[in-house]
Write a protein that binds this ligand. Structure first.
Ligand code: PEP
Ligand code: MG
Length: 749
């Protein structure tokens, strides 16, 4: 067991010992980012401390018997636990390890340094679990005794009422969350702040930087309104600057001990805190960090004597796409303007809270108006329909918490508390950062949930082309299943063979091409995987003229469907109409259209169909992918052989379950008996085989059945098996993204 780890001994995989912050600082040091030097007192040291002092036997029972909804009890028990830790005696050898490391750091820096002691929880910084701002940081710590005290405080900070509340509500067992202490040279910053390498409101093409004089704590804590600069990733330039007036700052006390508040001279107050060249230097470093981690980053930075330091970096866990205002022209009286910290539009009565004693007046649906929120206000914030503050920037407490709670918020208005009165009706347009008097009609389209970035692609299953524009606004990677049947049934309605008989092929092709075009345009350049028709004979019969061309089948589900139709002399002419429509769309420049063959039973079928496609001018290539559905068990059993024929697979878990278990997917009776279940071990085994076969041949593998849409947790299994992409219903998208992000972190993808 290691009691101490130096930053250069730590990588991102060391979360269990160094916590999220420590692991990130270690990884950043390895990448060569300018991290102030330091070390970590590991989470194991903390666990050992609890064990050897016997505290573990005492504190967990207290916590598990606490009703966190009873605020008084929660506060009292949390405090009891903290006091037990603070008054405990740290075993001598543990003390020595910490002191020795500090002495080594002092030698490196040529004298005892001021250090920051930061808590670094081991369940912290996991995508999906945002513990933002929950644990403490102790600044300006100097000397061995004070350092030991700060480490103890750090350990105790794992048990603030707020932290206990969050863990309980989010289902994290207390004993699973450990805490490491990061000890790091303090940067005496002249200017510092935070940086988001994607806008917290969801725009991933921008970097948002907030800057203030002095120590960065004023920005993170929302104590002052910082400058906000927006950098455009594409052009590499600054696209906007919002300069805020700053009248005071926090700096190291002139006496050398502690931090103090200092006034800022008048001529400095309104100045741009960071010059343009430094903004660009910083943004570029942000991009380097983002590309190293593969996720947008939330970073803390500082300039000391002109030298840039990166103090912290963590993945942004809540990227929100936002809501789109439909009507651009809004009529109404604007009371004030601030920063749009968490998107949404809400109308409600104002409740002004200037003191904690006023918290109780906030009721469900109210617009909470305050100078700045703080952790004690969270219960009231949860009731509020929207939050508007005088102070703060995009990363202040109000901003972070409202994003996490999914409540619209506008921060940094300057003086909202002076402009409204209790009970005033206001409309908060947090998409633009505006507060209107009274009820104002603003039509919005709600699009999403909060979604983290993932390496595994997450596509949409899309049926109705009319919905394409709406869903294309989601941060999806494309359309993983577009069922052609929907277009035929809703806009063509005629059996293709009847169209041929009437010599109206052109019309049939055009209508199909029109539907496909709409989807491809909306999602361009993201791929749209269109699956050729997969009606069963009974369904084809329902189309105009269908009776004449469709045989009577006892088991249409196992009959003339999917691939078996395309090369059969009876249907082949109709299949060529489908191909002509695809060709037409691709020839129009929409090269994001890929295709997929449904219900493949045998390799020969695929070969024959690829031959017909070639005759119609559709050949597999770099920009035109051809996938097959893996939904008949034969494809699972011989997946590596099928893989030779195509670019990728998409697992049809609906049909695969039906055929592996021999359960009619439409049988209500068997369904009610629980027999149709994609999570069955046999089905999962078939899925594993398909993924393995595809990967062995370097082909992609997706899944477009209902399983992950119905059971988002199913996505975890797919990620573990190494799936390339998952295609889900729009309403399940955000949830699946979150599960995928967590699973990726676990499997180290
Ligand atoms: C499937 O079988 O899982 C699938 C996606 O196709 P369909 O539901 O259209 O048969
Ligand atoms: Mg199917």
């Amino acid at each position: 067991m290691k009691y101490i780890l130096w930053f250069n001994e730590i990588s991102k995989n060391d979360i269990p010992s160094a916590g999220g912050k420590g692991a990130n600082l270690g990884e950043m040091t390895q990448v060569g980012l300018p991290v102030p030097p330091g070390f970590v007192v590991t989470a194991q040291t903390y666990a050992e401390f609890l064990r050897r002092t016997g505290l573990d036997k005492l504190i967990y029972p207290i916590l598990s018997s606490t009703n966190v909804d009873n605020t008084e009890q929660l506060e009292e028990n949390a405090k009891r636990v903290r006091n037990m830790i603070l008054s405990a005696k740290v075993p001598m050898d543990i003390q020595m390890y910490i002191i020795e490391a500090y002495r080594k750091l002092s030698n490196q820096l040529g004298g005892e340094p001021f250090v920051a002691v930061r808590s670094s929880a081991t369940a912290e910084d996991l995508p999906g679990a945002s513990f933002a701002g929950q644990q403490e940081t102790y600044l300006d710590v100097k000397g061995e005794r004070d350092l030991l005290k700060a480490v103890l405080k750090c350990w105790a900070s794992l048990f603030t009422a707020r932290a206990v509340f969050y863990r309980t509500k989010q289902g994290f067992p207390h004993e699973k969350v450990k805490i490491a202490a990061v000890i790091q040279k303090m940067v005496e910053s002249e200017v510092s702040g935070v940086m988001f390498t994607a806008s917290p409101t969801g725009d991933t093409s921008k970097v948002v930087i907030e800057a203030a004089y002095g120590l960065g704590e004023v920005v993170v804590g929302g104590k002052v309104t910082p400058d906000t600069y927006v950098f455009d990733k594409k052009t590499g330039g600054i696209v906007s600057k919002h300069i805020a007036k700053q009248t005071w700052k926090l700096s190291r006390s002139k006496s050398g001990i502690g931090i103090e508040r200092y006034d800022i001279t008048e001529d400095m107050q309104q100045r741009q805190k960071l010059p343009d060249d430094k903004i660009i230097e910083l943004a570029k470093l942000g991009l380097k960090t983002e590309s190293h981690y593969g996720y947008p980053q939330d970073m803390e930075w500082a300039y000391e004597k002109g030298k840039l330091y990166i103090v912290q970096a963590r993945a942004i866990t809540t990227l929100k796409l936002g809501e789109k205002i439909k009507k651009e022209e809004v009529k109404g009286h604007i009371i004030t303007k601030g920063l749009p910290a968490s998107p949404g539009v809400v109308t409600g009565p104002v409740k002004i809270v200037l003191d904690l004693s006023e918290l109780e007046k906030v009721q469900k649906g109210d617009v909470l108006v305050t100078k700045m929120t703080n952790p004690d206000m969270v219960p009231a914030m949860k009731k509020a329909a929207a939050i508007v503050t005088d102070e703060g920037g995009m990363t202040c407490h109000a901003a972070i918490v409202s994003r996490e709670l999914g409540i619209p918020s506008v921060v940094g208005t300057g003086n909202i508390t002076e402009l409204v009165n209790d009970g005033d009706l206001v409309t908060v347009d947090a998409t633009k950062g505006l507060v209107y008097k009274g009820k104002v009609e603003i039509e919005v389209e709600s699009l999403e949930g909060e979604v983290p970035e993932t390496k595994t692609k997450v596509y949409l299953n899309l049926g109705i082309p009319d919905m394409a524009e709406k869903y294309a606004k989601l941060p999806v990677d494309g359309v993983g299943l577009m069922r052609e049947e929907f277009i035929i049934a809703t806009s063509i309605k005629k059996h293709p063979l009847k169209a041929i008989e009437e010599s109206k092929e052109g019309e049939w092709i055009d209508k199909l091409a029109e539907g496909i075009t709409r989807v491809c345009k909306a999602f361009y350049p993201r791929p749209v995987v269109m699956r050729f028709s997969d009606f069963k004979t009974n369904e084809y019969k329902g189309l105009e003229g269908g009776d004449k061309y469709e045989p009577e089948e006892d088991n249409p589900m196992l009959g003339w469907r999917g691939c078996s139709r395309y090369y059969s002399p009876k249907y082949e002419p109709a299949f060529r109409l489908e191909l002509k429509a695809v060709r037409k769309v691709r020839d129009s420049g929409l090269d994001n259209l890929w295709v997929m063959l449904p219900f493949v039973r045998k390799q020969e079928e695929v070969s024959k169909i690829l031959g017909i496609m070639k005759e119609e001018g559709l050949e597999r290539g770099d920009k035109f992918k051809v996938w097959i559905m893996a939904e008949v068990p034969s494809v699972a059993l011989l997946s590596d052989e099928f893989a030779d024929l195509v670019d990728g697979f998409s697992i049809g878990s609906n049909d695969l379950t039906q055929l592996v278990l021999g359960v009619d997917r439409d049988s209500e009776m068997l369904g009610k008996m629980g027999l149709f279940d994609e999570r069955d071990p046999a089905v999962k085994k078939a899925i594993s085989m398909i993924i393995k076969g595809a990967r062995a041949k370097g082909k992609t593998v997706s899944l477009c059945g209902q399983a992950p849409s119905n059971y988002p947790e199913f996505a975890r299994f797919l990620v573990e098996q190494g799936i390339t992409s998952i295609s889900v219903n729009p309403d399940a998208f955000a949830k699946v993204k979150r599960v995928v992000a967590e699973a990726e972190k676990e499997v180290g993808r």
